[in-house]
Ligand binder design. Structure first.
Ligand code: CP
Length: 324
């Protein structure tokens, strides 16, 4: 399939030490990551899923919040590129004895690591570390701020399935206010020419979200009609001090994607979810596991996208230079 990324000449060169968010990337830089991910995708289909691109580099996963998909796929991505990878969690490190995050990073740098992949509950922590560290920093999710590699894998998946991003209608439904996935997707999708609608109860939409260049609705039916993609988000209780909807049952009744509601959708709708899925709340099982769902394709593509990001921030030769 010819994609929008292929159609654009790859003139961008990666010059950034870090990947902290999609807000600060140009459309060309986003396309370069997607293009690079496209070239890495087939490595995971080989009998021996390994290339020497990052041999001699050391990557550290430093996750202060739980993760299944992001942490595992960064680890696999590093291994498939032949980098060394170390996983650190607060419970199993001297962070639990009172060492600060910055002291932890200083000590890791003394061990000559090259890339720090950081997830933290507080917005801005990866940015703070990136300013102090010589190592490259990849934001694996900071508070409700950004989750750039999730949005990149979402863009990659939409482009793979639809052949383009430009001109598509993407509705993001659910807890937008506490979602770093929503923010990164809004930046990425709008930069690449998609039209974004956000939908949820007023308590779960951030103030002035319309200033991010998106349409806003509280009516699920209008978010479904005409959409090419429905991106569903769980209620992120871990970032809420109080329950912001009357009950999960009420939320499902107003905003849950059920088989019946899909009858309002285009016949080629894509159903996406970053995970973890709360079945029977924002999405029913027969939709999550149904023919329109690309939820597991998103996970698969996350590996190629994270390989691309590790490769680019590590200062490895760019794909086009290697091909030349
Ligand atoms: N989508 C996502 O970030 O999933 P994990 O929390 O499992 O990494």
């Amino acid at each position: 399939m010819t994609t929008t990324t292929d159609a654009h000449t790859q003139t961008a060169r990666w010059t950034k030490k870090d990947l902290l968010g999609l807000r600060e990337l140009s459309a060309e830089e986003i396309r370069l990551i997607l293009h690079t991910a496209g070239s890495f995708r087939e490595i995971s289909l080989r009998p021996i899923k390994k290339v020497p691109a990052l041999r001699g580099k050391t990557v550290v996963n430093l996750f202060f919040e739980p993760s299944t998909r992001t942490r595992t796929s960064f680890e696999l991505a590093a291994k498939r590129l032949s980098a060394d990878i170390v996983n650190i969690s607060p419970q199993g490190s001297s962070l639990s004895k009172g060492e600060t995050v910055l002291d932890t990073v200083r000590n890791l740098e003394a061990l000559k690591v090259d890339v720090l992949v950081i997830r933290h509950a507080a917005a801005g922590v990866p940015h703070l570390i990136a300013r102090r560290a010589a190592a490259s920093v990849i934001n694996a999710g900071d508070g409700a701020h950004e989750h750039p590699t999730q949005a990149l894998l979402d863009l990659f998946t939409i482009q793979e399935k639809k052949g383009r991003l430009e001109g598509l209608n993407v509705s993001i439904i659910g807890d937008i206010a506490h979602s770093r996935v929503a923010r990164s997707n809004i930046w990425g999708l709008t930069k690449l020419g998609a039209r974004v609608t956000v939908c949820g109860p007023p308590t779960l939409l951030p103030a002035q979200v319309d200033q991010l260049g998106v349409a806003v609705t509280h009516e699920l039916e209008s978010a479904i009609r005409g959409a090419d993609v429905l991106m569903l988000l769980r209620i992120q209780h871990e970032r809420q001090e109080a329950m912001l909807v009357p009950s999960l049952r009420e939320f499902r009744l107003r905003y849950g994607i059920t088989h019946g509601r899909l009858s309002l959708a285009k016949p080629d709708i894509l159903i996406m979810h970053p995970g973890p899925v709360n079945r029977g709340v924002e999405i029913d099982s027969d939709v999550a596991d149904g023919p329109f769902s690309v939820i597991l394709d998103q996970v698969t593509n996350g590996l190629a996208v994270r390989m691309a990001v590790l490769y680019l921030v590590s200062g490895a030769p760019k794909v086009d230079e290697e091909e030349a």
